[in-house]
Structure formats: C-alpha cells, structure tokens
Design a protein around this ligand. Sequence first.
Ligand code: SF4
Ligand code: SF4
Length: 527
Amino acid sequence: MITLLEQPKRIPGGLHLEANKRQSLERPLRQARLPARLTVPLSQHIGEAAEPVVSKGDRVLKGQLIARSPDYISAPVHAPTSGTVIDVGDYPVPHPSGLSAGCIVIEADGEDRAADTGLKMEAVFEAEPADIRQRVRDAGIVGLGGAGFPTSVKLNPGPEHSVDLLLINAAECEPYISCDEALMCHHTSEVIDGIRIIRHALNARQVAIGVEDNMPDAIRCLQRGLEQAGEQDIRIVPVPTIYPAGGEKQLIYALTGEEVPSQGLPIDLGVVCHNVGTAAAVARALLHGEPLISRIVTVTGAGVSEPCNLEVRIGTPMSELIEQCGGYTGEVSQLLMGGPMMGIALVSDGLPVIKTTNCLLAASRAEAPPPAPAHPCIRCSACSEVCPAMLLPQQLYWYAHARNFDKIQDYKLFDCIECGCCALVCPSHIPLVQYYRFAKTEIWAQERERRKADLARQRHEFRLQRLEREKKALEERRARARKALKKPGGGKDDGKKAEIAAALERVKARKADAAAETQDGNTGGNG
Ligand code: SF4
Ligand code: SF4
C-alpha cells in the first residue's frame, strides 16, 4: 500500500529554470473569438486516428460527433461549433514531422448551436465506473498535460489492480506555460468536481493534488474550493519548484518516495495520475454534456505583444490567437507549441489548435536560441547529474550515435522522458534529445518490421500444415474409393453403387484440390 509522505521529496536531477509565467498570468483568462473556419485533425491523441462520420456539405452542431474512434486506444472528435463541413482531407497539423494529416474543416455559421450530446449523467456519483468510462471515452477526452493519452483507458486499471492513490498532476513545471494555473484559479469547482468523478470511477483510496510551490494563487483557490465543497479527503501537496517535477514518474517520487519500475506504469505501484485539465474536462462532459471541444492555451513569449491565457475552440488557427494577443512584436524568432524545453517548433502559425496544445510560445532569439555547433563529448558527466530519470545520457548518446539499438535499451532508453535537461547543460552542445528520439523511432520501426516478419512466417507455417492435412484427407478418400470398388461378393447393383461412390469421392477430391488452390492464391503466396 502506497502512502503519501508528510513532506514531499526533491526529485533527482532537474534544473531550476526561470519560470516566466507571470507575463501570461497578469492578464485575466478570456474566451478567444470564434473563428470563421476550424480545421479539426482526426489524430490529436496517442493511438489510432479517428474515422470521419461526416462528409463535405454536412451541417453540424456544436459538440456533435464528427469522427469516431476505431480502436480501444483512440479518441473520437466532435464539432467545436455549429456550421458546415467544407472539406474532409489532409491539412498541415502541429506535429514534429511537419507533415499533413487527415482533418475535418468546418465553416462556422456563427450561431454556435449545441447538439444534445447525451454525455450528461444525472447521478454521476452513483454511476457504475464502466458507465463513467464509456462517457469519458465518448466525450473524446485525452490527457491534457501534453501527452494526449485517451483518458478512458487510464480510468480502467483492470480487475487485478486497486488504486491506492489518485494523483492529480497540477505541477505545470515547464517555463512559460500557465494554462493549468489559470484553470485552477478560474474554474476551481470544475477541477474539484472532475477529481471527485475520477476518484469515484477508480474507487481510489487516497487523492492528492501535486502543485508546484510557486503557484500560491492556485493553491489558495483550490483550498477555498475544497472547503466550499466540504471535501476533506483531497490533499493539496505543494512540491518544490524544479523542472521537471511535473513528469508523471517524478511527481509520484516527490509525493511518495516510490520509484515507478523501469518501463513499468504508475499502476504497478497502485497509482493513477491525471492532469488537472483532464479532470476539468471530465466534469464538463459528465455534468454539462460538453465533449472535449475547447481548452485553455497560454499564448506567451517576448514575440507576442500581450501574453495571456485564452479559452480556445479546438481547430482554431494559431494565427488568430496571436492576433487576439496584440500580434507579434519585432522580437519573434520562432513559434513553438509547448514550452521551451519540450515544445515542438512550428512551421507556420496557420496550424490549428489541438487537444494537446497547452502553450503557444512566440519566442525571441534569447528565449529559444538557435542551436550552437555541436562538439565531441568530453565525458564531463554534467548530463547525468541533471537527469531526473537517473540515466546515463552520455551512454545513451553514444549508443544512439553508433546505432547500437540493443545496447541502448540496456541503458533504459525508454525511461527517458525527453525533458531536455541533459541537452541544456551539455557544454558540447550535443542535441542529445534528438539522438534519443531518433533511437526510439528506429527501435519502434524495427519492432514493427519484426512483427510483420513473424506474421508472414506464421502464415507460411499454417499454409504448410493445411496442405499436409488436405493431402492426407485426399489420400484417405481415394483409399476408401478404391476399397469400395474392390469390395468382394458384391452383386451387380452393389458394383454399380461402389462405382458411383468412387466417382463421388473423386469429385470431392477434385473440389478440395480446387478450393485449396484458390485459398493459396488469396493468401498472396506469402510462403
Ligand atoms: S532528456 Fe532523457 S536522458 Fe536527458 S535528462 Fe531528460 S530524461 Fe535524462
Ligand atoms: S554533458 Fe555533453 S559533453 Fe558532458 S558527458 Fe554529457 S554528452 Fe558528454
């Protein structure tokens, strides 16, 4: 049984970074304007892309399902406003690859008329966990902390696990990003309602909200909200401000002193972690019937005139958010989705906001300097001192560079959370995280190839076994036919009957041969 520490621990490694959150928090949270056109990607989450259920020309209402999830690890997509579908096709999306992907484009009618989504639950705290999970799934809710993992899957720890601790991640440790802080201050009751629903769905024994200790306003709002709700069993735990204390494994360590096993999951310790924004989305869906069609986005950086937090419909072009924040300053040099440590560089501000867009950082050269030329590793070990996952980044780099993908896994590559601490302190300016991402991508590709080869081998083996079975059956039938022909003491009629039986057996045998040929053709000759 896992227990919360009286005093949270400091995570291993990490860096003290300039927070830079005040810029966006000085202005109040406000609604972004509804855009004339919204581009809603089909894949805004981890897992299979959603499949469109609308076509060009269809009229849609706000909150209406427009793409369904085809798989367990997937999430449906809903219309962010009412209007007309003007296209279903590939458009540029915010992704590190910079490629285009399937989207549904909606021209807004400006009326913002809502559909009856059927998501609202009347007695949610008496509902079966399975029903809550289904509604959360139908609402298209994914982790809003940045990863985008379908929330319904994390609400299902399986019958073999009980949940000792529901940990709400409100640490928001990356510099510049303040959307969770704005949410906790402005939508406190939604956050608390969402946490209570998740606690009920998981039947969690304890609940804690991990929040960085440099967010006194958010802590005060949460305390007041819990008091007003008469809630005494949800503990707020301020954790020391250090990047990346908001990493899932790091936060669990800070609050419990326990380490999630290498390549394991928090549930292995009896812990389930959800982002604070995800909790609010659950409350919106189950108490107000609104699927995940909007989120808070921090628009900040020296490159934008009036940094602030905006409540934005999914699919809104990022350029409109910049415009609503007073436009670019002359200092902008790069646009990032996310923070300066883990964000992805965007090729254009015409890309749409997606469910995982927590921040739009219009960075100046000083905030996101261009990469300096890399030099050879000098084995100074500065990288391992700051690694929060207690890895050996220089060894990972070495094996990634040498494309030794077996050895790199011995050094726990997949425990790397790509926080970027190692790269930031490296005096040789080696783009370490890029090497780790490259190695992970290669290993996943090799794994896919291996699975494909295994499947082809299995098909080949099944085919040989089937041919063998059929050959044997054929021989048996022929033997029976010969036997019937030769049967001694048979009269004239008996002889005829035997001839007919033998002929029938021959026909059956020929049919079986023909069927086998056809089937082999259909398998594509993968043998
Ligand atoms: S990017 Fe990976 S290896 Fe580097 S410090 Fe972070 S967790 Fe460690
Ligand atoms: S910090 Fe850079 S130079 Fe130093 S050991 Fe790590 S990779 Fe090598």
